[in-house]
Design a protein around this ligand. Structure first.
Ligand code: SF4
Length: 499
């Protein structure tokens, strides 16, 4: 039984970050982690703040955890110091809690009833408790391979090794299918490997989980473009002949560009991923990135997660200055109306650790053009102050200048982090006869099956660029659908359904 007054006895306390000067001197994770002796007391105190609500909004629903994580249950187990059972209950709904504990923006916390009132001291620090359970699980060797005792004799190909593909592969392997994950890159992990910087999640965290998947029997093939015709690739014919079912977990990596902005073609203006991927490769030991921010004035266009990843990366590379631009006005740091009974996230200003380290953010501005230095390189960015509104007749978003003043910011490197437009074009889709939806994603029916029989889709490829927790939830759900397709019925969990 939870302590219903725990939140009145203990203040919310977030995880401690390493000192800024230490963070900027290396690529290691921003958060310091806790010694086991201190962690036990501190995290148990945080878990004690959970009231074990009769209807826990944190646990599921449109605003809570898509995985249906049993949050009040494991909060109470941590409160009682039963870390082993807490680990069991956390892994019952989440294949990779160490990923979500480090990377998820925690919709569960915004849905927590304690987020409603300022008097309550804020939401339960669910993400911190989750990460601590995951850390204890690894320290105490509680994460062991779960090798299936049955074999279906059916083969499944998973294309893509990001969080959705890995979750689908693990679930299907554990259900007794013979699963092979194909990855076109030279290393496994998709965005977890080459999109997310080391300072948010060190790659060793990914690597140790891959060891578990391999030990369970999942096979991996890297450097293989499915549908490609190069050496080491797998043709669509061989894919179809060799596998009873196919899961497409290919992500949604087509970056939104700014082709209509004058000067876009100048040297030094890049899509965010063109900066992040080689920077992550450099951290993996692949040699210096060709797009370093060292010694440069860096402008990042776009105020979201990817922009913040570029921000922290540029700072660590030794940028002269870093400025992040957002079309939207600076949100308040706290609710405007203290009497409002409604949760304030995400309408309050979201500050990423990278923003505390250096640089500045500008709000309510839009780029009017990139300025040439006379030799084809960008030397500045022209900005206007703007207001974002909706056209009442069409509902379309409009960005309207509020005055005629134009500001010019020096820039040697400009990074466009203005979102993703869907799945990249790849021969595999043509070969399978699958076309993209008007939104640029892959559509499916209620059973996650695309228009090609036996071919399923999950994760960003289906949903569009989204959170790691949604990728894992869709991976688990597609596994249920594939298992049912192959065997007639499935007992695997399906936490979410295609929309
Ligand atoms: Fe605990 Fe908050 Fe979930 Fe309620 S909503 S069960 S207080 S974490």
């Amino acid at each position: 039984m939870a302590d219903p007054t725990g939140f009145m006895k203990h203040q919310r306390a977030d995880a401690r970050k390493r000192p800024t000067e230490d963070r900027l001197a290396d690529w290691r994770e921003v958060y310091a982690g806790l010694e086991p002796s201190t962690r036990d007391g501190q995290v148990r105190e945080q878990a004690t703040r959970c009231m074990d609500c009769g209807v826990p909004f944190c646990h599921s629903g449109s605003a809570g955890c898509p995985l249906g994580n049993l949050i009040p249950e494991w909060n109470d187990l941590v409160r009682r110091g039963d870390w082993g059972l807490a680990s069991d209950r956390l892994h019952a709904t989440n294949n990779f809690p160490e990923f979500t504990g480090k990377l998820c923006p925690a919709p569960c916390e915004s849905a927590c009833v304690l987020a409603i009132s300022p008097e309550s001291g804020g939401a339960v620090a669910i993400k911190r408790v989750e990460e601590a359970i995951a850390a204890v699980s690894w320290e105490r060797d509680l994460v062991q391979p779960r090798v299936s005792t049955v074999s279906s004799g059916q083969k499944v190909a998973v294309v893509g090794s990001g969080p959705a593909g890995l979750a689908a592969a693990q679930q299907l392997t554990r259900a007794g299918h013979e699963v092979t994950v194909f990855e076109r890159d030279d290393r496994l992990g998709g965005l977890l490997r080459y999109g997310i910087p080391e300072f948010k999640m060190e790659k060793k965290v990914l690597d140790r989980r891959l060891v578990q998947l391999r030990a369970e029997g999942t096979k991996f093939v890297t450097g293989c473009e499915v549908g490609g015709s190069g050496r080491g690739d797998l043709s669509v014919e061989d894919l179809r002949a060799g596998y009873e079912a196919v899961v497409l977990a290919v992500g949604a990596l087509r970056g939104r560009d700014a082709t209509d902005v004058p000067g876009r073609a100048l040297s030094g203006v890049h899509l965010a991923m063109d900066h992040l991927v080689p920077s992550n490769r450099e951290c993996e030991g692949d040699g210096p990135t060709p797009i370093s921010a060292a010694g440069k004035h860096v402008i990042i266009i776009g105020g979201g997660d990817t922009g913040a990843d570029c921000y922290g990366t540029a700072t660590r590379q030794g940028a002269l200055s870093v400025t992040q631009l957002d079309q939207y006005p600076r949100p308040p740091r706290q609710r405007d109306d203290e009497r409002s009974p409604w949760p304030v996230w995400p309408w309050i200003l979201r500050t990423y650790p990278a923003h505390e380290e250096a640089g500045e953010r500008k709000f309510a501005v839009a780029v009017e053009g990139f300025v040439d230095d006379g030799a084809g390189n960008v030397r500045a960015v022209r900005l206007r102050e703007v207001r974002v509104s909706r056209d009442p007749s069409t509902g379309r978003r409009e960005v309207v200048p509020v005055n005629s003043q134009v500001e010019e910011l020096p820039a040697d490197l400009v990074l466009l982090a203005i979102g993703f437009e869907g799945v990249e074009h790849m021969p595999l889709l043509d070969g399978l006869g699958i076309s993209l939806s008007p939104k640029g994603n892959l559509s499916c029916g209620a059973d996650w099956q695309t228009s090609a029989p036996g071919v399923f889709v999950c994760g960003d490829a289906h949903r569009g660029a989204s959170l790691v927790v949604w990728a894992i939830a869709e991976g688990r759900s597609v596994a249920n659908a594939v298992d049912a397709f192959l065997t007639g019925a499935s007992e695997l969990p399906a936490p979410v359904h295609p929309t």
